[in-house]
Ligand binder design. Structure first.
Ligand code: NAP
Length: 313
């Protein structure tokens, strides 16, 4: 008999079909009464396919599924999963690192470019025929400027490599210095923000980094500084950011992630010193396909008694 996977969200159609050739899949988002379905299927469900923007894998959900063996996350950030509750029950957790690194780093660089060179503003300027009345205000040169990376992990390093190719100086902050990296390390985030022209946030989300980028850090970035966040909305204190943006205490912000997605603070929608994206770091056909394949291969490996391809921790 096929094992039952509780899917919180769909993979791309081809991957979903492939998943269904190996497993019996319950599409939770399609259920009229998801809670009732979970109750009915509690003994059958042995795996969860989870993702950051769907039903959370909470402690109570884990407790409600006595035969759960594995949680396969579609994504690299796992802050939607109660990792401690899974570990306490010896439930395996897998995720999809590396395959999304390049695309997500590209989005960070796109935001740096968009802010520095007023790309989005310029497009609007042409479309609403403002060009006839004079030129767009001048932008900012990237070459020679300093990018401060918050969280020099897989994505942070890919961003650093890309921005270095734009002749930018790279510095970084994290919990500890990385001996194998050529860039200058700052143990103190506020100090790094003072030294940076662009503060690019690419660290892990979750409780540990909640509101890491607060009023003081943003103030230190200064009125000519730009913030880019592709990590998680929770890492930047959104209320502090709104105040700072309103007061033009930084030059602008490029955001792919928000505290309560898909909600974006109303006030941001009318600000012209922000560029707003709908969480598209990994959103390409190629990467989403690879992420889906990795989810399937991890699930199959687990139930075939093979080593997991990408276990979390
Ligand atoms: P990673 O390799 O684990 O890197 C995460 C980095 O965060 C590490 O280098 C770590 O540095 C740093 N970090 C952790 N805790 C920190 C703290 N308290 N203070 C400062 N830095 C801290 O992960 P990744 O693959 O690069 O992914 C990073 C994050 O990007 C994911 O967790 C996810 O939330 C986000 N992401 C977003 C998108 C999108 O669509 N926008 C797509 C993919 C990923 P130290 O160990 O040195 O502290």
């Amino acid at each position: 008999m096929q094992k039952t996977v509780l899917a919180m969200q769909s993979l791309l159609p081809d991957e979903m079909s492939e998943l269904e050739t190996h497993f019996r899949v319950i599409r939770l988002w399609k259920q009229r009464d998801p809670e009732a379905t979970i109750k009915e299927e509690r003994d059958n469900i042995v795996a969860i396919l989870s993702t950051y923007n769907a039903t959370r894998v909470s402690e109570s959900l884990i407790e409600a599924l006595p035969n759960l063996e594995i949680i396969a996350q579609f994504g690299v950030g796992v802050n939607n999963i109660n990792i401690e509750a899974a570990a306490a029950r010896d439930i395996a957790v897998t995720y999809t690192p590396d395959v999304l690194t390049n695309d997500t780093a590209d989005i960070a660089v796109s935001l740096v470019l968009a802010l520095a060179r007023r790309i989005v503003e310029g497009d609007m300027f042409v479309r609403v025929s403002k060009w006839q009345n004079g030129p767009l205000p001048l932008g900012t040169t990237m070459a020679g400027k300093t990018a401060g990376i918050v969280g020099l992990g897989r994505i942070g390093q890919a961003i650093a490599r890309r921005l270095a190719a734009f002749d930018m100086n790279i510095i970084y902050h994290g919990r500890e210095e990385k001996q194998d990296q050529p860039y200058e390390y700052y143990a103190d985030l506020t100090e790094m923000a003072s030294a940076a022209d662009f503060l690019v946030v690419s660290c892990t989300g979750g409780e540990e980094t909640k509101n890491l980028v607060n009023y003081g850090v943003l103030e230190a970035l200064g009125s000519k500084g730009f913030l880019v966040n592709i990590a998680r909305g929770s890492v930047v204190n959104e209320e502090d950011l709104l105040i700072i943006l309103r007061n033009q205490a930084i030059a602008g912000a490029g955001l792919d992630v928000f505290a309560a997605e898909p909600h974006v603070p109303e006030a941001m929608l009318t600000m012209d010193n922000v560029v707003l994206l709908p969480h598209i770091g990994s959103a390409t056909i190629e990467t989403r396909t690879e992420m889906g394949q990795l989810v399937i291969r991890n699930l199959r490996a687990h139930f075939e008694g093979e080593p997991l391809l990408t276990p979390y921790q």
